[in-house]
Design a binder for this molecule. Structure first.
Ligand code: HPA
Length: 276
């Protein structure tokens, strides 16, 4: 079956289950699944029940879509995302974003656990993503363009919606949450980066490093979704002073910062009510 047909089948299935189109889709990164605790859940749909959907295998990632209301706003959460390092194609990794586009979702909020490249970053704080560097050597828009989904050469001059960056900054200030802004670079993983790679990434101008998000944001831009991305800075990815790192440490630290990201999102959702 063609990719377009696969996506449409998944959309049709979900449309038959939901009562209302969610306004905001939220992707929960490694260790950040507690964000779902803030949501009044109305329905859970296992990925295995959605036709043609990939299945998440990464640690700290469940495999379900959660529909519900967050402070009065209709939302859908991706509890478990797909990573390129799991062996999925870029099209698989970004299939949920296409599904959200076709469902009529307007906003995409993404989260991830990331290493801090910026020497001034301390662990345990969120970083609002202002831009990214695609260092994965692949792009989810490769191949024939689906014109009804977006243009062949999508603009990426403001992939991270500037208005949402501003709202998130305001939110963190109002809430008294220390929060950084910066550029996210994605490597494929699954190996963590060497000191030489981290040095290069910093030299390129990146502030945080991880293994996700970029493919999703490329597709979201193509799809015309408004994007807000927040990283949880889980460890210091400083070339000159690199300590051994495990995925468990990353997840543990992400779990500690999930609450802060949840409060920022909640505040931004409130602000968005005033805008539309
Ligand atoms: N690299 C380094 N540190 C990290 C990463 C990564 O990809 N993800 C979370 N912390």
């Amino acid at each position: 079956m063609e990719y377009v047909e696969k996506v449409k089948e998944a959309v049709k299935f979900l449309e038959s289950k939901i009562e209302k189109t969610p306004k905001v889709a939220i992707v929960l990164g490694s260790g950040l699944e507690k964000i779902k605790n803030a949501v009044e859940i109305s329905m859970r749909v296992k990925y295995t029940d959605i036709p043609n959907f990939p299945i998440s295998t990464a640690p700290g990632h469940a495999g379900e879509m959660i529909f519900g209301k967050w402070n009065g706003t209709d939302v859908v959460l991706m509890n478990g995302r797909f990573h390129y390092y799991e062996g999925y194609t870029m099209k698989d990794v970004t299939m949920p974003i296409r599904v959200f586009q076709l469902l009529g979702v307007q906003y995409l909020f993404v989260t991830n656990a990331a290493g801090g490249l910026n020497h001034s970053f301390e662990t345990g704080h969120p970083m609002i993503i202002t831009d990214h560097i695609n260092f994965m050597g692949d792009n989810p828009l490769m191949g024939k363009n689906v014109d009804e989904w977006g243009v062949r050469f999508p603009d990426m001059s403001s992939a991270y919606t500037p208005k949402l960056v501003e709202l998130a900054k305001e939110a963190s200030k109002e809430l008294g949450i220390e929060c950084y802004t910066g550029v996210y670079i994605s490597f494929t993983g699954p190996s963590f980066e060497t000191p030489a790679e981290l040095k290069m990434a910093r030299y390129f101008g990146a502030d945080a490093v991880g293994m996700s998000t970029v493919p999703e944001i490329i597709v979201a831009s193509h799809a015309g979704l408004k994007v807000l991305g927040i990283s949880s800075i889980t460890d210091q990815a400083i070339a000159e002073d690199l300590k051994p790192l495990t995925a468990e440490e990353v997840i543990e630290m992400a779990q500690k910062t999930g609450e802060k990201i949840a409060r920022i999102f909640e505040n931004v959702l409130e602000k968005l009510k005033g805008i539309e």
